[in-house]
Design a protein around this ligand. Structure first.
Ligand code: DX5
Ligand code: ZN
Length: 236
């Protein structure tokens, strides 16, 4: 049976001065979960949210919270995010092993890797599960899938933009990864970056079941139309 389509609201494009109101608007409109983009200014060229905000969001919703860790040394912070109330913890494959020469300096982006150190990645995925959260691995657009670790994952997040900012354009090179995952992986298949009325049908067709959206959702006047449109694969 095909899995239902779920919309995950990325609060990166919310109004942080009235976050509780925006959370409520998303809930009322039918989002399935919240996506929290945690950036450290090293793994990506932007700084955003840490566990204190996750804790604050936790107080305002019972929906699942997914924390997308775009940070160096994610393993060192897993406990803090789990404790803050993250139901899902998403860690980037590029943090495990030796990166491509083009992104080895701290200020060279996007981070990409060809050979993942699977034993350290597995270790952190198991750590997440051991703390009672769901473990997802994330792949940047330029990083190939590392299929060996899928047994230790509840979900996979395919990036369709180079991470760091909301409001970027969907990269079509994400689609073959979704297709491949659809044929070999039974867990959640999520897509993140540049999702809108034009790109959602492509992602759904390729096998994504969780659509993450920041700017397309939060720039709309009517959240219900956006969510229903995305689920149906049609314009709002
Ligand atoms: C990008 C983040 C995304 C971002 C999506 O680094 O991981 O979750 O918030 O934003 P939109 O939907 O605007 O592309
Ligand atoms: Zn994200």
């Amino acid at each position: 049976m095909t899995k239902p389509i779920e919309i995950s609201a990325s609060i990166l494009a919310a109004d942080f001065s009235r976050l509780a109101d925006d959370i409520k608007r998303c809930e009322d409109a039918g989002v399935g979960r919240f996506h929290i983009d945690c950036m450290d200014g090293h793994f990506v060229p932007n700084l955003t949210i840490g566990p204190v905000i996750v804790e604050a969001v936790r107080r305002h919703t019972k929906l699942p919270l997914e924390t997308h860790l775009m940070i160096e040394h994610p393993g060192a912070y897993i406990d803090q995010y789990a404790k803050a109330g993250a139901d899902i913890i998403q860690i980037q494959a590029e943090c495990y092993g030796r990166r491509r020469p083009s992104c080895r300096q701290w200020d060279q982006w996007p981070k990409e890797i060809d050979e993942v150190d699977t034993s350290s990645l597995r270790g952190d995925l198991k750590k997440i599960r051991g703390l009672g959260s769901k473990a997802f691995v994330v792949f940047n657009p330029g990083t190939p899938l590392c299929e060996e670790v899928l047994d230790d994952c509840d979900g996979v997040l395919v990036m369709s933009v180079n991470p760091g900012f909301a409001g970027q354009q969907f990269m079509l090179q994400a689609l073959p990864k979704l297709k491949r995952l659809g044929s070999i992986f039974k867990g959640d298949i999520a897509i993140d970056g540049g999702i809108n009325a034009q790109t959602a049908p492509l992602a759904l067709e390729a096998g994504a079941r969780v659509l993450i959206t920041a700017s397309y959702l939060f720039s709309a006047d009517n959240f219900v139309d956006v969510i229903q449109g995305l689920k149906a694969g049609r314009p709002a």
